[in-house]
Design a protein around this ligand. Sequence first.
Ligand SMILES: Cc1cc2nc3c(=O)[nH]c(=O)nc-3n(C[C@H](O)[C@H](O)[C@H](O)COP(=O)(O)O)c2cc1C
Length: 324
Amino acid sequence: MKTPEQINEIIEYGTKAPSGHNTQPWKFLVKENEIQIHPDFDRELPIVDPDNHALYISLGCAAENMLLAAKHFGYECTVNVVTNDKNISFIKLLLNQTGSVERDNLFDYINIRQSTRNLYTNDKVSSSNIAALQESFNFKGIEILMFTTAEEIEKLETFIIEGSNRQFQNKDFVKELVSWIRFSKKEVAQKRDGIWQASMGMPGVGRTLGNIIMKKFVSASSEAKRWKKQIEASAGFALFTVEKNDVAHWVLLGRAFQRFGLTATQLNISHAHVNMPCEEIQVRNKMAKQFELTGHPLLLIRFGYSKKMPYSYRRPLADVLETP
Ligand SMILES: Cc1cc2nc3c(=O)[nH]c(=O)nc-3n(C[C@H](O)[C@H](O)[C@H](O)COP(=O)(O)O)c2cc1C
């Protein structure tokens, strides 16, 4: 029998998923045999994610964690995207206790996965590990293109830098980003969301000084310089594409990316987002043309080796549970 404690635990594993700017844009609703994951549009990112694709990718990441947790507790679990009468899409997880559910070892890595934003060590990832990352999921409509040689990465760099330049020349982008940075331990412990400065390798300076630093010292050119170093130290890049640019594929992409992140964690491989060329639509289109992609490139991930960073925070269950 399902217990409320198990259901809460499954949801808690969902909240450990990554989300754009760590907005945690989800609400969970428990019904008889199902858990629903609803978008929390109060937490959307209108500048960097105007169509909410990243928001639904984040919900997909949460769904995959919850599926792994459900299996761990012995439930068969199916994941569906449905639309309500207000035309809002959400995810339904149906849980069924059958007695013979195969556990997935990726569950063991949910608690230690993180987006690791530091400088990687330049070490290469073996071809068997690259293959393991590529095979970490098998969802129709979601593909990964790997960039691992110097020539391949050089081609990608142009798009990364163009995307970064466009974003850091856009005051609204910087304003939105700064509103989600938590500039001290006190601030992050209070809000339990957003990007904690320590997880970016920044000192805890507080919001007033943090705002000044972001305005006066962080620019398109300083970011481009920083990215060139990060790119050089990475072992490779994974570009995720979706066959169709719709909610169902965004959710599926989230599930695929979560499996990729957990597999990387299992292999001691660090990973982090380099999404700028996917987020800036003109750059996304140019990149799709250059690499002759048939799908839409929506996530770009660097990977390599590095030490762990401090973990980001999550809001408590009480803040994300909806009452029916
Ligand atoms: C759809 C999506 C987009 C993201 N975009 C970026 C990004 O552009 N830059 C970045 O540094 N991190 C990005 N992240 C990572 C989040 O900031 C990270 O998941 C969040 O801060 C929580 O940290 P954690 O992954 O270590 O738990 C993204 C994550 C998701 C799911």
